[in-house]
Write a protein that binds this ligand. Structure first.
Ligand code: ADP
Ligand code: ZN
Length: 192
């Protein structure tokens, strides 16, 4: 069995902008692991989540069970014995310690699959994602479709009351009247 040897365990990261299909791809990998009768444990950050508290949900309606955690440090203690695959969604919202947690789990033989935004709404590297990209064995970078020009959308446009957000607006603004859309580098706008 490929996952039962001494040298099993690695980190996969699925990154990209909003609507690029990260959750869809994470759910696809979870489902295939389960078909292969591997034991999967899935987690997500316990942030103010308007919908689906206990699930990874994609914009096209797919779902997978996931346990919300306040900190990545909770994850090792929540793993039942013989878990083969640890899936973590929305990695950008975790503290930097998530990197060491993922490294430890991979060292212990787990297949660790992380998904999250690689850039914030300003186009800057987002939280721990860039560091996870550096230490991962496998990286998948997905593109959405730019809603302005139809090109590959690597970025997430943040709109507040229909206008592009400003560079100094906080990255996480719970409860604000805001909206996000997929845009390419050229159509992406940040007010300065
Ligand atoms: P992510 O986790 O990266 O935000 P999801 O997996 O939740 O992405 O959603 C991907 C789905 O979003 C696509 O399959 C498609 O149905 C839908 N979608 C909506 N807007 C777009 C867009 N501009 N480009 C690509 N997919 C889009
Ligand atoms: Zn564009």
């Amino acid at each position: 069995h490929p996952l039962s040897g001494d040298h099993s365990g690695w980190i996969e990261v699925i990154c990209g902008g909003m609507f690029s299909g990260k959750s869809e791809e994470l759910i696809r990998r979870i489902r295939r692991a389960k078909i292969a009768r591997q034991k999967v444990a899935a987690f997500k950050p316990a942030i103010d989540d308007r919908y689906h508290q206990e699930a990874i949900a994609s914009h096209n309606g797919l779902m997978a069970d996931a346990r919300p955690v306040k900190s990545a440090s909770e994850i090792p203690g929540l793993l039942e014995e013989n878990v083969d695959v640890v899936a973590i969604d929305e990695i950008q919202f975790f503290e930097p310690e998530i990197v060491d947690i993922c490294q430890q789990l991979a060292d212990q033989g787990k297949r660790v699959i992380c998904a999250g935004l690689d850039q914030d709404f300003r186009g800057k590297p987002f939280g721990p994602t860039p560091v996870l990209l550096a230490v991962a064995e496998y990286v998948t970078k997905l593109q959405a479709i730019c809603v302005k020009c139809g090109g590959p959308a690597s970025r997430t446009q943040r709109l507040i009351d229909g206008r592009p957000a400003a560079i100094d607006d906080p990255v996480i603004q719970v409860g604000a009247k805001e909206q996000y859309e997929a845009r390419c580098r050229h159509c992406h706008e940040v007010l300065r």
